[in-house]
Design a protein around this ligand. Structure first.
Ligand SMILES: [Zn+2]
Ligand SMILES: [Zn+2]
Length: 350
């Protein structure tokens, strides 16, 4: 099969012909029909996150946001059959550990990261391991493009807004960064009754945020974002979604919150921070600010998310900015160096 493979950090992905994956015991093989190109892949390509033990061994076929059709089923798989249309959370889990058993499979003790700990979807076919647990079946009217769009950033935003962030209808929500996860958070929070303010440095991304439901936008290059948020909201947002892990952005997100406010942080750090950012501790204490980490979306929350997509309340495919061919992936990674992409870029030609 054809694949785009990471062979050396910061070097162009190699377009290679490799053996098809096999339906090993407990696994299925999926024909990939749509595969998103995530900023996480850019981080992997960059060689980031060695500081949290998350840098992939090379060579690796990246890709953890896909939708497709099952074409082969391994021994022992009982609930998935050939022809099923599926996706999988990027955090493939065991289904049996203490965290999986309480529904927090995104914290699984035996987590696998599709496209990082094993090969993913930048290819014609990919394997889903522990398939009975990790295959998420798609409703009939949710297509592969929507599944790829849900793949990581959208479902991550859903978890941050609804579960970790505990957004209530009518609350003010400020979203820092209108990239893939940020635009997803804008759409989800707006659709579920939040009053959303989007902050970014690029006007085209802010325009997209407005079209996804933001009631105000702030260009952080031109305005003091926390001050503007406090003015617009009469004292600060109830909830901030941190889409980027940059030092300045994390501080701004915290300082945009009203007393008792919550920051759900999904953006990890880059080379500049290497996992460490300083925070305004005294304000956090005095204002009883809650800092909430948020990663992925547990398997158990997919039915909730997919039913909203199936009914058209949420529209992840609207965040897709471009579709492209497997051979064009490198151009997207290069553009991510300078934050040039708007919305999701999804491979639909293999
Ligand atoms: Zn587990
Ligand atoms: Zn991702």
């Amino acid at each position: 099969m054809k694949a785009a493979r990471l062979e050396q950090f910061r070097a162009p992905l190699a377009l290679v012909e490799v053996d098809d994956p096999t339906a090993d015991e407990g696994s299925v093989v999926v024909k990939v029909e749509a595969e998103g190109i995530c900023r996480t892949d850019w981080h992997f390509w960059n060689g980031d996150w060695g500081w949290v033990g998350m840098s992939p061994e090379l060579p690796r076929i990246m890709g953890h946001e896909f939708g497709g059709t099952v074409v082969a089923v391994g021994a022992g798989v009982t609930s998935v059959t050939v022809g099923d249309r599926v996706t999988t959370p990027f955090h493939e889990a065991c289904g049996r550990c203490q965290f999986c058993l309480i529904g927090r499979s995104n914290l699984c003790d035996h987590l696998e990261f599709t496209g990082a700990t094993h090969d993913g979807g930048y290819a014609e076919y990919t394997q889903i391991r522990n398939a009975d647990y990790n295959c998420i079946k798609l409703p009939d009217n949710v297509d592969a493009l929507s599944a790829a769009a849900i793949g990581c950033r959208y479902m991550t935003a859903f978890h941050a807004v609804t579960r970790q962030g505990r957004m209530a209808p009518g609350e003010w929500v400020v979203v820092y960064g209108a990239g893939g996860v940020g635009l997803s958070a804008v759409q989800i929070a707006s659709a579920l009754g939040g009053q959303v303010i989007a902050v970014d440095l690029a006007d085209d991304k802010l325009a997209k945020a407005t079209s996804e439901g933001a009631v105000h936008t702030i260009n952080g290059r031109l305005q003091d974002a926390p001050k503007a948020v406090r003015e617009l909201t009469g004292g600060g947002a109830h909830l901030a979604i941190g889409g980027l892990g940059a030092q300045a952005v994390v501080q701004q997100a915290i300082m945009s919150l009203r007393k008792g406010g919550r920051l759900a942080q999904v953006g990890l750090t880059s080379q500049a921070e290497q996992g460490q950012v300083s925070i305004p501790l005294d304000y956090i204490i005095e204002a009883e600010i809650e800092l909430l980490g948020s990663v992925g979306n547990p398997h158990a929350d997919y039915p909730r998310l997919l039913s909203l997509v199936s009914r058209g309340v949420l529209k992840p495919s609207r965040i897709v900015g471009q579709t492209l061919a497997l051979s064009e992936v490198q151009g997207v990674l290069d553009a991510m160096d300078t934050f040039e992409t708007v919305g999701f870029s999804v491979i639909t030609e293999f």
